[in-house]
Ligand binder design. Structure first.
Ligand code: DOR
Ligand code: ZN
Length: 344
């Protein structure tokens, strides 16, 4: 039995760091584990311009604990009014790594999202020309579509037509949750990849209702049936280059989760690398963990993998039941439970 594994330091290719006091509370957890992270732009108001991204990046750097080596990779939030020149310049100047597409009203803070892809074609065409990745929240927003079908419907009705129209566009389908998405990405060629969260590898939709409603397990895209979770585990642990680590860690203060209309989002940053390691261990695939966590992502983004190494050991340790204080405290995934792998 393997009790210890040393890999290149991982990166998180999808995280919500928020802002202000919440960011100060959660950022140390991400920076402890990851050398770089793709930082989601769904602040209120969203990060849409180079100036917004520079200012947000500066706030992140200022909030970092002293001596921690962490690089935030910034994204712009695509709106119906995004300016192709601004996006192009942001990428050329090294400020904007990627652009995030939220279909309007798909999820948390997506009210400014895109109402119709036709309106943003000039931006997408420019991105395709320069190889700038589009990061996609892949859920159909038509309220008539069943919430468990929204990812699959998005792929056939929106994503596939877009990729046929712009085959050069580099796309990351974020936080995939279905066997349909796995199959689509597997046959998508070199310009398509997907991130997979730790929580979607660990829970299926039953977990959300186990013994009562569990608001801290509610996120979007919502967890699906067991067969989908198993397809995600196969994809992540295959080592295939299209699949890489993106936690979608999304902190919400406890009162905004434990309420009549709770926010979507699961906070995994307190133990993300350890949660993934446990999954790879359970699947007998620890030898594929470095590809998923530390190699495939940089390869897709055209960045070098990290040179430093981290070690994970098989060791029981307790997950705290609260991160942050007072009104802003967050309940981490696996709160109060014992985890089986620990990052050093
Ligand atoms: O569950 C989610 N939470 N899904 C998202 O797409 C957004 C995120 C958030 O920002 O809270
Ligand atoms: Zn997200």
């Amino acid at each position: 039995m393997t009790d210890s594994i040393t890999i290149r330091r991982p990166d998180d290719w999808h995280v919500h760091l928020r802002d202000g006091a919440m960011m100060a509370a959660v950022l140390p957890y991400t920076a402890r584990q990851f050398a770089r992270a793709i930082v989601m732009p769904n602040l209120v108001p969203p990060v849409t311009t180079i100036a917004d991204a520079l200012a947000y990046r500066a706030r992140i750097m200022a909030a970092l604990p002293a001596g921690v080596d962490f690089t935030p990779l910034m994204t712009a939030y695509l709106t119906d009014h995004s300016d192709p020149d601004e996006i192009y310049r942001g990428h050329r100047e090294g400020v904007l790594t990627a652009v995030k597409l939220y279909p309007a009203h798909a999820t948390t803070n997506s009210a400014h999202g895109v109402t119709d892809l036709g309106r943003v074609m000039p931006v997408l065409e420019r991105m395709a020309e320069i190889g700038m990745p589009l990061l996609v929240h892949g859920e159909a927003t038509d309220p008539a579509v069943d919430v468990f079908d929204r990812e699959a419907v998005f792929i056939t009705k929106i994503l596939d037509p877009l990729r046929r129209r712009l085959p050069e566009l580099r796309v990351v389908l974020e936080h995939i949750t279905t066997a349909d998405a796995v199959a689509y990405v597997e046959r998508g060629g070199p310009n398509l990849a997907a991130t997979i969260t730790a929580h979607h590898l660990i829970i299926n939709r039953n977990a959300i209702f186990q013994g009562g409603i569990r608001p801290h397990l509610y996120c979007l895209p919502i967890a699906k049936r067991e067969k989908h979770r198993l397809a995600l585990r196969r994809a992540a642990t295959s080592g295939a280059a299209q699949f890489f680590l993106g936690t979608d860690s999304a902190p919400h203060a406890i009162p905004t989760k434990e309420t009549a209309c709770g926010c979507a989002g699961i906070f995994t940053a307190a133990s993300a690398v350890e949660l993934y390691a446990q999954v790879f261990d359970e699947e007998g695939a620890l030898d594929k963990f470095e590809a998923f966590a530390s190699l495939n992502g940089p390869e897709f983004y055209g960045l070098p993998p990290n040179e430093s190494r981290v070690t994970l050991r098989r060791e029981d340790w307790p997950m705290t039941d609260r991160v942050g204080d007072g009104d802003l405290a967050v309940s981490p995934f696996r709160a109060g439970e014992t985890l089986g792998w620990r990052l050093y």
